[in-house]
Write a protein that binds this ligand. Sequence first.
Ligand SMILES: [Zn+2]
Ligand SMILES: [Zn+2]
Length: 391
Amino acid sequence: MPPLTQHTESLYDYMRAWRHDIHRHPELAFEEHRTAGIVADQLESCGIETHRGIGNTGVVGVLRRGTGKRAIGLRADMDALLIHEQNDFAHCSTEAGKMHACGHDGHTAMLLGAAQYLADHGEFDGTVVFIFQPAEEHGEGARAMLADGLFERFPVDDVYAIHNFPSLETGRFAVRPGSMMAAEDNFEITIDGVGCHAAMPHLGRDPIVTASEIVVAMQSLVARTLNPMDHAVVSFTEFVTNGTVNVVPSQVVLKGDTRSLTTAVQDHVESTMERIVAGVCGAHGAEYRFDYRRNFVPTVNTAAEAQIAARVAARVVGADEVVGDSRPVMTSEDFGYMLQAKPGAYILLGNGVEGIGGCSLHNPNYDFNDDILRIGADFWVELVQSELAAA
Ligand SMILES: [Zn+2]
Ligand SMILES: [Zn+2]
């Protein structure tokens, strides 16, 4: 499905070639040296002021036109995943165990296409800041760029990001005001009892029973302590003991992951969790240690910018192809840190429903859908030309 706009039509072959090249050479978090080099060289070849090494392996391009004071940030992510690709097409990963299974190769190519178009033909008045971010997958890249003074050195009024989304029809956009993606936290609960002979449990203090009750009690956290209109997920993912077949262990470690859509719910989950752990351990005379680490903040779109994104998307693909009140997603995204610093919006772009486009993210058979390269790049061009419209 071609876009209604034709801005980057002539750049399609380039975007596709960049995308396939980056896909062939995936790089993990903060190792994106080759990818960042391609990005920076390409920005420089367009005459765009280019800054390498922002937030370790990040790249920033600055394109100014006219005398307008407004500035807009456009963000793409560049890192790949520790997954062994199981596709067999020509642009398959050449790095064993590494793969662009989240489509960041496509995000990078789309933003490079938009940068090329805007440098050559862009009609706008103000400043565009192109943000090529490393290390999204583990939630560190956005923070690294912010810590490196991203928005102090390259001030913007608002900031936007696109992520492809399998299961959403090819080229369809989805966005919403408010929480778009969840916070992700990880927890580790260590329960110390007293180990003993499996035949003489009364001589010990069995931490397995205590830990099991914690797992069961935690099922009421979302169901019975959270407002039904709020959303959270609490998942235990590991239950590790130091026991053996005829020995009651002295220690159990429970690990897991929680998701929530607002900071208030995130706070509620953390404090309720510790209360339940303390209560159950107290009842059984077990000692505990509760470690709770916040990895991703929620990705929260500001209302005005979500509306702007929906309006711009409608010009690119038609109003019928834009969902302006989409449901939030419980996965996480570190663009949320940039949205804590600036107004803006994170918008999803359909990677397709059928075939490879519909294959889920982080799957060894996933691939970014080249049919949406022009749509994403035209979205960026339309966004800049409308938000920084020449007077
Ligand atoms: Zn991902
Ligand atoms: Zn991603």
